[in-house]
Design a protein. Sequence first.
Length: 261
Amino acid sequence: MAQSTPALTLKVVPPSSATQIVLLATLGDGISIKPSIGALIPTNLSDLTDNSFTIPVGFSGRIYFFMSPKNLTPSDLKRMVPTDPASINTKLTSLRYDFVEITYDGTPTASANLSSVDQLGIALSMKALDASKNKIQSVGYKSSLRDIFNVFNPGNKGGAIPDSFTRVLSPLSADESSRPDLSAYLKSLDGKTINLVGNFDGSTDGNKVHHNALPFSYTCNFQHDTVVLKATTVSGIQGNIEIPDLADMIFPCEGAFNVPG
């Protein structure tokens, strides 16, 4: 007699910096998560036994993790954690968040994708354990801002701006605590003048000569909701570039995390 595919138990290990973790699941095919998380119902991690929950075979959806440095009241949860998946973005929540997208089919095989908001999300990692608690596989996004700076700064000695780690609209300091979430960081840039100058193809030959590379030169008065880059008179490419909903641009990292049966 063939054995049925077992449900999959997931245990969440929160970082020490989080006072409260709130989970929110989006589900495919109307399948419920048991025992304690319903579809699109914010659930405190502390309310789950052993910080764990179980998903059945056939589950397909995302599980969001909202992290707060302080305890949230029920009214805070209602105001800060949107229950419409299309509304989960940095405009409507000031909480740091990330998600894992999981598919658990009936072969049995589980697969997941870890994603992270660029430098400002929650570092995520996942381990698969067998029945004896032995590790089968692990994957994760573990680079902190400080790790990233330590890697890039030494290689910038001969750059155009030496001894300075410069990214477009990204933190220029390794102090994560000063930027608790992406929305707050972008809003802190409102009203600042930002200039972008360079060459479109960005490549050079052995003599460091650019070929077929029109220069670009854009300027803008930054606004966190919609960014309009205006070409200056010296730009080789004319025309404005509009970037709506900048705060909602989420960058994927890692790839599929597959756990065979």
